[in-house]
Ligand binder design. Structure first.
Ligand code: IPD
Ligand code: CA
Ligand code: CA
Length: 270
């Protein structure tokens, strides 16, 4: 038995209220590791709330959360929880962050919900049933011209540790596209691509809880997602991916190859 999509939308909205109520207050900010990985007491409160509700809605299921890790349970049913995606924005009172909840049945992602409490926008999808925002169907954009495409990516200190170079790729796409955003919330960036607001997204390293819900929603909205080589391994560490509509995706993949070759020859890291 798994909960209904409506239950999970309500859960994400209730967690989102914890985030909006805490915004602008003084926070206890601690670093989890590198200097760009903060956590606040609100991340933990939101996570605790979601875990308590899931224990009732989905008893015995496996749950993987950002702040408390793996909660072992029945591995047929796995939940991926990011209780506050965009903590750096949040800790700086920048109102762009959200709650991300996804469900996988037998390791297949089948349900995703992303809630933006500042705009009261709930993005959600169930495999095979289409993607929606607040009851309206959403679709990836129809843009086929790279020059007019607005893209988005992210950077983290982890990339430096991993020896990955996103700066060269960023510069390449900045010069070729309509622009590249760094929005500070991987989940909302995926929801925005699903809603056709962003034309393409690529990332070089994230975690399962950042992307699980966004992948379900974007695929249901018509996105093509691949790893950075064009293969199917995008929901595996290091969670690197390229996402666009089916016309733009192969064009971007070619450009990505050129950019990554440039990066190999320049050896720039970050
Ligand atoms: C972060 C955000 C950010 C991305 C980082 C993530 P958090 O998640 O999604 O956009 O660039 O890599 O860790 O820590 O705010 O949940
Ligand atoms: Ca996150
Ligand atoms: Ca988080």
């Amino acid at each position: 038995m798994k909960p209904e999509l409506d239950d999970i939308c309500l859960l994400a909205k209730q967690a989102g209220q914890i985030l909006s109520a805490g915004l602008g207050k003084r926070h206890q900010v601690t670093q989890k590791g590198l200097q760009d990985d903060p956590v606040t007491e609100i991340d933990r409160q939101s996570e605790q709330f979601i875990l308590e509700r899931l224990a009732v809605l989905a008893p015995g299921h496996t749950v993987l959360t950002e702040e408390s890790g793996l909660h072992n349970g029945n591995t047929e049913h796995t939940w991926y929880i990011d209780p506050l995606d965009g903590t750096m924005n949040y800790a700086h009172d920048i109102p762009f962050f959200g709650v991300s909840i996804a469900y996988a049945h037998q390791n297949q992602l089948t349900m995703g919900v992303i809630y933006d409490p500042m705009r009261d926008e709930c993005f959600y999808a169930e495999k095979g049933k289409g993607a929606f925002c607040n009851g309206r169907p959403i679709h990836v954009s129809a843009e086929t011209n790279l020059r007019s495409a607005l893209m988005s990516t992210g950077f983290s200190m982890k990339l430096v540790e991993m020896g990955k170079d996103n700066f060269t790729v960023f510069k390449h796409f900045m010069l070729k596209s309509a622009g590249v955003r760094r929005m500070g919330s991987a989940a909302l960036q995926l929801a925005y691509a699903a809603a056709g607001r962003l034309n393409a997204v690529w990332q070089m390293s994230l975690s399962a809880w950042d992307v699980a819900a966004g992948f379900v929603i974007a695929e249901e909205a018509g996105a093509v997602i691949s790893d950075l080589q064009g293969g199917p391994d995008f929901f595996k560490p290091p969670y690197e991916f390229l996402l666009a509509n089916k016309e733009l995706h192969p064009i971007l993949l070619e450009e990505l190859k050129i950019a990554m070759q440039k990066s190999e020859s320049s050896h720039e890291i970050g």
